[in-house]
Write a protein that binds this ligand. Structure first.
Ligand code: PEP
Length: 257
């Protein structure tokens, strides 16, 4: 059985000191005592916090990720961060989050390039896909999402363990309007079929695919009970130790059954 994953996206929240405190509290909960053997825990703080947060989680099984990466190796890209800079510091990187697509004009092609360079530098991308409300209401959302994923994954040497996909319907992010477990399962099942068609059944079976969008400690168990949903990319609730730790515990419980 695939492991579960609970990944927190802190977005542009917390100071370095607050982030470090949050990481210390989480790491106290997720100590390496073998408590969470079936759940991978990831936190993705802002770039400015990464070094401190990495130190704060030493000795726990929490992995750290960045929220973004630039698509080029190096050079005159003022303000950007390369994959090489992140490699060795963090394990994961979120790529193609809908807020990057919406506010910074990231296209499917850019997401593909970022995924390629992240993987070439040994980072594990968490590639986000998801539809806006009008696309869902228009009815053709599966094609839209599968096209996003197809473009992102084209040419990538994925092996089932070196890339995570997150389905995040834009209308569910930060709105409190979470997708139902059936809606999430429909899309995530279709994404798994796409991975199967592109890379084969063995890789599709191993690839972690998360749901994201207003997940909380109260609804996480519903998603975790679905066959294709492997966990959650969590925004708001990842900033609260109590909520996030309850979500980790629920994910672990779901995999212990
Ligand atoms: C996110 O930003 O990836 C997210 C899922 O946010 P929230 O959990 O707050 O909806």
């Amino acid at each position: 059985m695939r492991k579960a994953m609970i990944a927190g996206n802190w977005k542009m929240n917390t100071t370095v000191a607050e982030g470090s405190d949050l990481a210390i509290n989480l790491s106290g909960f997720v100590s390496s005592s073998g408590k969470f053997t079936k759940t991978l825990v990831v936190i993705c703080p802002p770039f400015t916090h990464l070094s401190e947060v990495v130190k704060s989680v030493v000795g726990s099984d929490i992995a750290v990720g960045a929220q973004n990466v630039w698509s080029e190796e190096k050079g005159a890209y003022t303000g950007e961060i390369s994959a090489k800079m992140l490699a060795g510091l963090v394990k994961y990187v979120i790529i193609g989050h809908s807020e990057r697509r919406q506010y910074f004009g990231e296209t499917n092609e850019l997401v593909n390039k970022k995924t390629t360079i992240a993987m070439a530098n040994g980072l594990l991308p968490i590639v986000c896909v998801g539809e806006l409300l009008d696309v869902r209401q228009g009815g053709d959302y599966l094609n839209f999402i599968l096209n996003q994923a197809r473009v992102a994954l084209t040419g990538q040497a994925i092996n089932g363990e070196n890339l995570v996909i997150a389905y995040e319907p834009v209308w569910a992010i930060g709105t409190g309007l979470a997708a139902s477990k059936e809606q999430a399962e429909e899309v995530i099942g279709a994404l798994r079929n796409l991975v199967n068609a592109m890379f084969g059944a063995e890789i599709a079976d191993k690839t972690l695919i998360l749901y994201g969008g207003s997940t909380t400690e109260e609804n996480i168990a519903e998603y975790m009970a679905m066959p294709d949903i492997d966990g959650a990319l969590v925004g708001g609730a990842s900033l609260k130790t109590e909520k996030f730790t309850k979500m980790i515990a629920e994910a672990e419980k779901s995999r212990a059954r």
